[in-house]
Write a protein that binds this ligand. Structure first.
Ligand SMILES: NC(=O)c1ccc[n+]([C@@H]2O[C@H](COP(=O)([O-])OP(=O)(O)OC[C@H]3O[C@@H](n4cnc5c(N)ncnc54)[C@H](O)[C@@H]3O)[C@@H](O)[C@H]2O)c1
Length: 262
C-alpha cells in the first residue's frame, strides 16, 4: 500500500501482544511510517529485544513494556508508562490472542476461561484504560481490535476462540457507540489464515487443519503478513478518520467458504 513515509508522524500507538508473529509485522510497518510505538507483551525485556531485533526493528526507538494485560493494575501501568515515554496516546491496538485447537466437547472449563481472559478481558482492559487516558488528555483517539474472519464463521475445533473473537467484535462496536460523541473511535481488523503465528503453527502441525485450510482460502495462498500490517496502517492513518464501528475484513475471501464442504 502506498502511504507516505510520514503518514503516521507524531502519532503514539500502543500495541498489546506486539512481540507475537503478526504484532512484529504491524510494529515494523507503523514505525516505518513515522509512528512512535509502545509495545507490550509478556516476554522478558531480553526476549522482546531479541524478537524485535530479529525483525530488523530499531529497539532504541521502541518503548517496550512487559505486562500481563489480564491484570487491571498491569494494564494501567502500561498506559501510564506509555504516556511518560511518548506522551498522549493516539491509538491503542488490542491485539493479544491465543488459541487452543481441539473439538468443542473436549474443552475443559479452565481452557475456556483462559481463552476468554487472554482474548477478551485483555481487550476490554486496554480499550478501557486507553480510552480513559484519551479523554483525560483531550485526544480524539482510536481503539483497534484484532478480531478474525472466524468471528462470523464457526471454523471447526477452535470453538471458544471463535466465540472470543465474536465477543471482541461486539465489544469494539460498543466502544464505538458509547464513545463516539466524546471523539473516540473504535474499529477492528479481521485477518484470515495468516502465514505466520497461530494459524501457521496449526498448519505445520495438524494435517487435518491443513487440508481444511487449503480448501478454505479462495485466493489460494496463506495470507501475507504485510497484508495484515497494511490494514492497520490504513486504519491508523487519517484516511480512516470517518470510520468507526467497522470491521475491516482482510481474509482472502475465507469468509465466503461454504462450510458444508469442510
Ligand atoms: N495467525 C493468524 O492466522 C490470525 C488470524 C486472525 C487473527 N489473528 C489474531 O492476531 C493476533 C496475533 O496473533 P499471532 O498469530 O501473531 O499470535 P502470537 O501468539 O504470535 O502473538 C500473540 C502475542 O500475545 C502475547 N500475549 C499473550 N498473552 C498475553 C498477556 N496476557 N499479556 C500480554 N501479552 C500477551 C504473546 O506473548 C504473543 O507474543 C491475535 O489476536 C490473533 O487472534 C491471528
Amino acid at each position: 500500500m502506498a502511504f507516505r513515509n510520514d503518514a503516521l508522524a507524531g502519532r503514539h500507538i500502543v500495541i498489546s501482544g506486539g512481540c507475537g508473529a503478526i504484532g512484529l509485522g504491524i510494529v515494523k510497518k507503523l514505525m516505518s511510517h513515522g509512528a512512535n510505538l509502545t509495545v507490550n507483551d509478556i516476554l522478558s525485556d531480553q526476549q522482546a529485544t531479541d524478537r524485535l531485533r530479529q525483525k530488523g526493528i530499531d529497539v532504541s526507538k521502541i518503548n517496550y513494556v512487559k505486562a500481563d494485560l489480564t491484570d487491571t493494575h498491569e494494564t494501567d501501568r502500561l498506559v501510564d508508562t506509555a504516556r511518560e515515554r511518548f506522551g498522549v496516546i493516539h491509538v491503542a491496538l488490542c491485539h493479544i490472542g491465543m488459541v487452543i485447537p481441539k473439538p468443542l466437547l473436549e474443552y475443559k472449563v479452565e481452557e475456556w476461561d483462559e481463552t476468554m481472559a487472554v482474548n477478551v478481558r485483555t481487550a476490554f482492559l486496554l480499550g478501557s484504560a486507553a480510552s480513559r487516558s484519551m479523554l483525560e488528555d483531550g485526544i480524539q483517539g482510536q481503539l483497534i481490535f484484532t478480531t478474525s474472519w472466524v468471528a462470523d464463521v464457526p471454523w471447526p475445533e477452535i470453538g471458544p476462540y471463535n466465540a472470543s473473537k465474536a465477543a471482541m467484535k461486539q465489544l469494539m462496536r460498543s466502544f464505538a457507540r458509547e464513545l463516539a460523541d466524546q471523539g473516540i473511535r473504535a474499529n477492528a481488523v479481521a485477518p484470515g489464515i495468516v502465514s505466520v503465528g497461530l494459524a501457521k503453527q496449526q498448519w505445520d502441525t495438524d494435517p487435518i487443519y491443513r487440508t481444511r485450510a487449503q480448501k478454505a482460502i479462495p485466493l489460494g495462498v496463506m495470507q501475507p503478513l504485510d497484508s495484515v500490517a497494511d490494514a492497520f496502517l490504513f486504519l491508523c492513518s487519517t484516511a480512516a478518520d470517518y470510520m468507526t464501528g467497522t470491521v475491516l475484513l482482510v481474509d482472502g475471501g475465507c469468509s465466503l467458504y461454504p462450510m458444508d464442504d469442510a
